[in-house]
Design a protein around this ligand. Structure first.
Ligand code: GAF
Length: 396
């Protein structure tokens, strides 16, 4: 059973006290996210619709007194419960060699803050997480945003949501080598409890979108296939979109129309399919918002399925296991309580998101995971999550 945020915070406090022999002064928490629709649109200046989930990265920290631990240096001494390692993160330029991979994310955030004159000072900290790794639920964005949120408290600085999200995105681009868009960091920093977040990734205009019916819930099922955006085809998709926009003479694919894409002689078949996904997906986000706000679940489900098919066939970021998992959920049908299902996140593995009737969650999970086990031999983890609040310092 995954602990609730309050338990995670308590555990972070006790682990801090155990390791450092004093009380934590700040506990920062940042959620993972699931994206309901609008995939691979963020780096095309388009629309996305994520929500924060009840899986979190938590960092408990306190200032380290000068001379309190000789030889430890001035940075953040961060112990990770997941790896059992301690990393000393002392930002002063490019990544130091030998820093553990997981520590690149907090390093990047603290280094970019340092460049702006925001310094956290010498700190001891412990890091805990319930966001599954490599599953498309934004564990890295949650770590970046938790670090930035802690640094805001410790340095007495306040970044706005958009500023914080872009700084964390930049940290991931430059210090983890993943050319991601801004959706994950924005969701982790800016989501509101009870709402999905419709984000225009060009203007950063946000709209809180609530589902019309509390009996409809969001289910996440993990395919068990791990993805890695840095090593995957993700960077290639991003460049293909930029090349297609240039060929069409637009700033970003957000500005292209279906007609332009289908009739252009500047795009080969592959480029046309990539661009078609982006343009149709943008429209699906807008239509999906209308549908869920007015309770048109059948239409919402159809849009999710269309999104999945577009990601599978035109954008080619799914994988056989994820396709099978989507099929297992859709086979249950609306009468069994499943309105729609699709791959979520960067792709090449990871999770499926589904809109379901809340009262039928247990039977849907049992039936979908058994069918998936039978077809693939993989045990899939599944959970229902409410739309949660974005990052905060949960104890001051
Ligand atoms: C990953 C990226 F980090 C996001 O920016 C986004 O592009 C997503 O894949 C696909 O929609 O999560």
């Amino acid at each position: 059973m995954t602990p609730a945020l309050s338990e995670l915070v308590d555990r972070a406090r006790s682990l801090f006290a155990e390791r450092f022999g004093s009380q934590a002064r700040w506990v920062a928490a940042a959620p993972g996210r699931v994206n309901l629709i609008g995939e691979h649109t963020d780096y095309n200046d388009g629309f996305v619709l994520p929500m924060a989930i009840d899986r979190h990265v938590v960092i408990a920290a306190a200032p380290r007194e000068a001379g309190g631990d000789a030889g430890c240096g001035p940075g953040m001494r961060l112990w990770s419960e997941m790896t059992g390692e301690t990393a000393t993160i002392d930002p002063q330029g490019p990544l130091p060699s030998g820093l553990a991979r997981w520590a690149h994310y907090p390093y990047g955030v603290l280094e970019l803050l340092r460049q702006r004159g925001v310094a956290m000072g010498a700190t001891d900290a412990v890091l805990l997480s319930t966001v599954p790794l490599g599953s498309g639920l934004s564990s890295s964005a949650a770590l970046e945003v938790a670090t930035a949120t802690l640094a805001e408290a410790a340095a007495g600085a306040e970044l706005g949501v958009a500023d914080k999200a872009r700084l964390c995105q930049q940290a991931e681009n430059e210090f983890a080598g993943v050319p991601c868009g801004v959706m994950d960091q924005f969701a982790s920093a800016g989501c509101k409890e009870g709402s999905l977040l419709r984000l225009d990734c060009r203007s950063f205009e946000t709209t809180d979108v609530a589902m019309a019916d509390p009996n409809v819930a969001v289910l996440i099922v993990n395919s068990g296939v791990s993805h890695n955006l840095g090593d995957s085809e993700y960077p290639k998709r991003r460049s293909a979109c930029e090349a297609a926009a240039t060929a069409l003479g637009v700033d970003a694919l957000r500005d292209a129309t279906a007609d332009m894409i289908e009739s252009s002689d500047k795009l080969d078949d592959l480029a046309r399919r990539r661009a078609r996904h982006v343009v149709t997906e943008n429209q699906r986000v807008l239509d999906f918002c209308d549908a869920i706000e007015s309770g048109r679940w059948r239409e919402a489900g159809e849009l999710m399925v269309a999104s999945h098919e577009s990601l599978r066939d035109d954008y080619e970021v799914s994988c056989p296991e994820v396709d099978t998992l989507v099929e297992c959920l859709l086979a249950i049908g609306a009468d069994g309580g499943v309105h729609g299902a699709r791959i979520t996140g960067g792709g090449f593995g990871g999770c499926v998101v589904s809109l379901i009737d809340r009262a039928k969650a247990d039977s849907i999970i049992a039936s979908a995971t058994q069918a998936y086990q039978k077809r693939t031999g993989i045990d899939a983890a599944a959970f229902v999550t409410p739309p949660c609040a974005g990052a905060a310092v949960v104890s001051g």
